[in-house]
Each structure stands twice: as C-alpha cells, then as structure tokens.
Design a protein around this ligand. Structure first.
Ligand SMILES: *Cc1c(COP(=O)(O)O)cnc(C)c1O
Length: 389
C-alpha cells in the first residue's frame, strides 16, 4: 500500500527491538557484534546485509535515509555528516580526473568553491550557465561532461529552474542529473519525477528545521548510490546516529512545519511587495515572480525563502538589519526562527561585485527565511525596521 508523503514522513520506521518501543530508540554504538565466525565471514563478504560498523551504516541513519528516499521516490540513499559532505562525497565518488561538470551559476557558496577551487585540483572543470538562460546548457556540454547540476529554487535569489527541461537534456546527452533540493524539501518538490538521477539535501536546514544539528543525504538509483556509499564509508563523513535520530524525528513534523513556513512566507512576500521602501520582492508563488507558472508546475507550495531589495543600497540594507528587534541575523535558513541575511556582505562576500550581480545579488538585497513565529509578529518587526529607514 502506497502512503501519502505526510504518512511516509512518520510511518517509515526501522524494525522494533524486543522492547517494542513506539518511538525509535537511538543506537549510539560505533560497532555491532557478530553471532559467530560464520556470521562475521558472511557479513564481510557482503553475502548478507547487516550492520557492522557505524561508519558503514547504523539503524538510525538507515531509517533517516529510507524516509527521504521514500518521499523523493528514490531507490536508496547515503547519509553524510553535513550537506556539503553529501555534495562533495557525491561528486568525488562519481567523477574521474578529466571529467567535466555543467552547473547553474547560482549555487550554494561552498558548492561554488568546490567547483572553482577544489575539483580543478583533479583536472575536473565546471562550466556555468545562467539560470535565466537554460537554453545555453547544450552549448556547454562536452564529450567529457558527466554531471548536470542545479539547485531550484536557487540561493539566495529564489529563481526557478525547469526540472523537466533539465531532465530531458540529461537523458539526451546521457548526463547524471543531480539536484540540490534543499530549499524545496522532499515535501514540496520531488526532482526524480522530472528525470533527476540523484537528489541531495542539506538536512541542516528545513529537515531539522530547528537549527540544532548538521546533516546531509544523497538519494537516487541503486547503482549510483552504491558507488557513493562505497566512497562515503571509506572517506568517513558519516552522519552520527544521534543526529540521524533527531533528523528522523524532525521528518515527522516536516509537512506541518513546511505548510506553515510557506503560508507565512507567501503572506509576508505579499506584504513586502506593497511596502513603499522596497524595490522588488521575489517569491516563487507570487504572481510577479518571472517563473511563477513554472514554480506552480513543479512545486506544491512556494517554500520558506523570500528575497527582496530595500531602496537605498548597502547602507539601507545594513541599517535595516540593525533596526530589527526580534528577527535573527544568522547565515542559516530553514529554522523555526525567522532569519534575515544580507548576502552581499556575508554569504556571498567572496564574490566580486560583478559576479554577485550575475547571480542577482544587489547591495540592498535581503534574504528572509520565514520561521514559525506568528505572522503578525514577524511583519511587525519588519515594518518597524523599515520605518526607521
Ligand atoms: C546549507 C546548504 C548546503 C550545505 O549544507 P551544510 O549542511 O551546511 O553542509 C548546500 N546546499 C544548500 C542549498 C544549502 O542551503
């Protein structure tokens, strides 16, 4: 019987122990014992699947992986200590020296560093396409191109990329399509339906949703996941069983949390759009978003992130942050607490101004990650801060 997403997030559960616990217990153990010499031999020969050592697998990480894989419609997955662990582990496992990657230019800052600073050490080059010009992708594909990579919605500009179009290109040119689905979560968008081979999450964000733990996961087809798992267990970026337990419990409330994040984000985006001190607002489910129709096609709701530009540039942006009383200034996102960031002076400060403008980051741009506080309290704080400008 196939369950709905909300039910999968709750009812996908590891086998109960002899204690018949209702909620999943935490298996804080580095290793597992064998019944006898034959059990040990057969386990190492991989004639049976069982827990051996928590760098390889652990009941808590397995439960967490199964939930994400189930919701994403994937066959299997691998968990990692962080989202960047998942991104690096996936690329390093699948690429060989001399391979080539095509990626959207708007990617998470550390992913951009991986592409431009570290992968080139192994002679792996990345060509970027602009999110507004996906038709240029095919001109960037080379005989050695192996991976097509993108995030949607993007960070911090909340642009939308057409997953079905990326899926078609990947199929035609036999590329591995990898989507960082962190902003949407598996509840709002399932890229595998549109042709993605692998989906990556930073579980640190909305999956935990309460700013407590770091985690990452890659899910997809059995053959690719097997290669990634062998690399991951050798190189050791293992998710701790405790964090996996936290994340699996968090998944149980992901749908209700994300519903509220999205309602508050949409209402706040509409409120900001009418504000005289604001130049523009971008939110996927606002009719003014250039890819509103596309967002509606591939996402069930608009997500928790709103981008907007304050009139008055850098100085006004910084003054606005200083005038906030309740909202948090933090580089994180996807938290129960509403978070405000100023990308130009923080997360994207390593980019030159022209590189920033290329990914839509103007000096007055603010990124808002809507939390779970009462929507009126959030809007009141934004309003009083804007009034000081
Ligand atoms: C935060 C983030 C990551 C990295 O995740 P960590 O858990 O911090 O390593 C990757 N991609 C996106 C879109 C993110 O927001």
């Amino acid at each position: 019987m196939s369950h709905k997403l909300e039910t999968k997030a709750i009812r996908t559960q590891m086998e109960r122990s002899q204690h018949l616990e209702h909620s999943t217990p935490i298996h804080l153990t580095s290793s597992f014992v064998f019944e006898d010499a034959e059990d040990m031999r057969a386990s190492f020969a991989e004639e049976k699947q069982r827990t051996i050592y928590s760098r390889y697998s652990n009941p808590n990480t397995s439960e967490f992986i199964e939930k994400i894989a189930d919701m994403e419609g994937a066959e299997d997955g691998v968990s990692f200590a962080t989202g960047m662990g998942a991104i690096y582990g996936t690329f390093a496992a699948l690429l060989n020296a001399g391979d080539h990657v095509v990626s959207a230019r708007s990617v998470f800052g550390a992913t951009h560093s991986l592409f431009t600073k570290y992968l080139p050490k192994w002679n792996i080059e990345t060509s970027y396409f602009k999110v507004e010009e996906p038709e240029t992708i095919t001109s960037l594909i080379q005989p050695n191109t192996k991976i097509l990579y993108a995030e949607t919605p993007t960070n911090p500009g909340v642009d939308i990329l057409d997953l079905a179009y990326l899926g078609e290109i990947a199929k035609k040119y036999k590329l591995i399509l990898i989507i960082d689905n962190c902003f949407a979560t598996p509840y709002l968008q399932q890229p595998i339906k549109f042709g993605a081979d692998l989906v990556i999450h930073s579980a640190t964000k909305l999956i935990d949703g309460q700013g407590r733990v770091l985690g990452g996961v890659t899910v997809g087809s059995l053959d690719l996941i097997r290669e990634i798992h062998l690399f991951a267990r050798t190189t050791g970026s293992a998710l701790s069983p405790f964090n996996a337990w936290v994340l699996s419990k968090s998944m149980e409330t992901l749908p209700v949390r994300v519903d509220r994040h999205c309602q508050t984000a949409l209402a706040t985006a509409a409120f900001l759009e009418k504000h005289p001190k604001i130049n523009w607002v971008k939110y996927p489910f606002l009719k003014s978003h250039p890819q509103y129709e596309l967002a509606k096609k591939q996402m069930s709701q608009g997500g928790s992130i709103v981008a907007f530009e304050i009139k008055g540039g850098l100085e006004a942006g910084r003054n606005f942050l200083d005038a906030l009383r309740m909202l948090s200034l933090s580089s994180n996102l996807g938290d129960s607490r509403t978070i405000v960031t100023h990308p130009a002076s923080t997360t994207h400060n390593k980019l030159s101004e022209s590189d920033r403008l290329e990914v839509g980051i103007t000096d007055g741009m603010v990124r808002l990650s809507l939390g779970l506080e009462h929507v009126e309290d959030i809007q009141n704080d934004l309003n009083q801060a804007l009034a000081t400008l």
